[in-house]
Design a protein around this ligand. Structure first.
Ligand code: PLP
Length: 451
């Protein structure tokens, strides 16, 4: 059969632009993938911050094949596979905050939606059923479902779907390079955290169920790292108003930011953790929600209340076995530590480029963002009709390196940015290749956009 893109609809893309020059991926190994014409690329984004242990890991693939022979499918309602039990146990042992139970989904958006329901039911069991709203932040992403998108603070992804979205308040982002409170790090009062209290008070505190945040903002902000005190203050506010703290580790989990979970950088103690992506390194679709002690205990003792929620393909035996092997590899090869070290190296190399289009280099571990500006001193952003980030990623792909280049639309608050987030196994010479290609593309962009 002739292969063409006619019947296919791409994700997060304009179908017409995509189909003009589609990238058809054929195979992958280590940190590289090959297209259908046999061209080799360095994957500088690990799929989409997913393939943490790299492609082609035989021990994961073989374990999945064995699992397929033994048990291909199981529905997690009134039965459970041994692998789902093993993975639940393994995850609770490595997660921060003394997580007690795991609810499996097939990805991150389902995890966010599930957490909305878990939080709601928890409050209902506590006699506070009127708590139904999540507070989130602008410049954030928590999923594409209506629940996930209602939490997300990304104007372009929300725009066409109003007024379907739920009425969830959004706080200011923790965005030090362009502090929404006009501060600089030397005089920072962490207003991005303390102002959440005022927002909650304005929005009827008794209606708020949880505060949700990515510990380090990934795809919508280009690796925004909060001030060190941020989550301590957030935790105090949540406790003061009886609000749960949901930490979205979908993108940041499993070594991505140089710790097993980004929460570990600051000793955050979430009530609920969302995970997906790196839990299986993409060998099978899986995600989930981890419940902290107070919630797990409430559900266990909650008069046997049924949690009427689940997914046909949640926590499939194959996805669980892939995840178990993936966790083994992450730990055996100390990939969190490697990610931290490689991330520092990558940031140093990017800063050394000293290009005037680079406004900020930021991130932790192998989640690195580069914000692009027309003018460094004034931090002037690019116009809406200038797709600087997207053009740079297109040029990089032509040179055999995949990175993300995104338009930071959000109400003019953020400029175009690049995200570099390769598999955690990447070596320094391969990082050098990424930096060299970025340098060539930035040179081209400077000539075009900066006079
Ligand atoms: N949460 C965060 C922080 C994400 O980055 C993403 C996806 O990029 C999601 C949730 C949604 O996950 P999924 O695409 O698996 O539904």
């Amino acid at each position: 059969m002739e292969i063409n893109t006619g019947a296919f609809m791409p994700h997060f893309a304009n179908p017409l632009t995509f189909k003009e020059d589609p990238l058809i991926v054929k195979k992958a190994e280590g940190v590289y993938f090959w297209d259908s014409k046999g061209r080799k690329y360095l994957d500088g984004v690990a799929g989409v911050m997913v393939v943490n242990v790299g492609y082609g890991r035989r021990e994961i693939i073989n374990a999945m094949k064995d699992q397929l022979d033994e048990l291909a499918y199981n529905f997690l309602s009134y039965s459970v596979s041994e692998t789902a039990l093993q993975l639940s146990q393994a995850l609770t042992q490595i997660m921060p905050g003394g997580m007690k139970e795991i609810f499996f989904t097939t990805g991150g958006s389902e995890a966010t939606d599930t957490s909305l329901k878990i939080a709601r039911l928890y409050h209902t069991l506590n006699g506070e059923g009127e708590r139904y709203r999540f507070v989130s932040r602008w410049i954030s992403y928590h999923g594409a479902t209506i629940g996930g998108l209602s939490c997300s603070g990304h104007a372009p992804r929300r725009r066409h779907f109003e007024p379907l979205l739920l009425n969830f308040p959004h706080a200011s982002p923790a965005y030090c390079y362009r502090c929404p409170f006009g501060k600089t790090p030397d005089v920072c009062g962490v207003e991005c955290a303390s102002s959440i209290e005022q927002l909650i008070r304005n929005e009827v505190p008794e209606s708020i169920s949880a505060f949700i945040a990515e510990p380090i903002v990934g795809s919508t902000g280009g690796a925004l790292v909060p001030p060190d005190e941020y989550f301590k203050i957030v935790r105090e506010i949540c406790d003061k108003y009886g609000i749960l703290l949901v930490v979205d580790e979908v993108l940041t989990g499993f070594g991505r930011t140089g710790a097993m979970f980004a929460s570990d950088h600051w000793g955050v103690k979430p009530d609920i953790i969302l995970f997906a992506k790196g839990v299986s390194s993409g060998y099978a679709p899986i995600g989930g929600v981890a419940l902290g002690p107070a919630i797990a205990e409430k559900f266990e003792s909650g008069k046997g209340v049924e949690f009427a929620h689940g997914f046909t393909f949640g926590g499939s035996p194959m996805a669980c076995v892939a995840s178990l092997k993936n966790l083994e590899i992450l730990s055996r090869e100390k990939l969190s530590e490697k990610s931290l070290k490689s991330g520092e190296y990558l940031k140093k190399k990017l800063m050394e480029l000293d290009r005037k289009i680079i406004g900020d280099v930021r991130g932790r571990g192998l989640l690195v963002g580069v914000e692009l500006v027309r003018d460094r001193a004034s931090k002037e952003i690019f116009r809406d009709d200038e797709s600087v980030g997207a053009e740079i990623s297109k040029q990089a792909l032509k040179r055999g390196v995949k990175i993300f280049g995104l338009k930071g639309h959000d109400s003019g608050m953020i400029s175009d940015f690049l995200v570099i987030s390769p598999p955690l196994i990447i070596e320094e010479e391969q990082l050098d290749t990424i930096v060299s290609v970025i340098d060539q593309c930035l040179d081209q962009a400077e000539q075009k956009y900066i006079s």
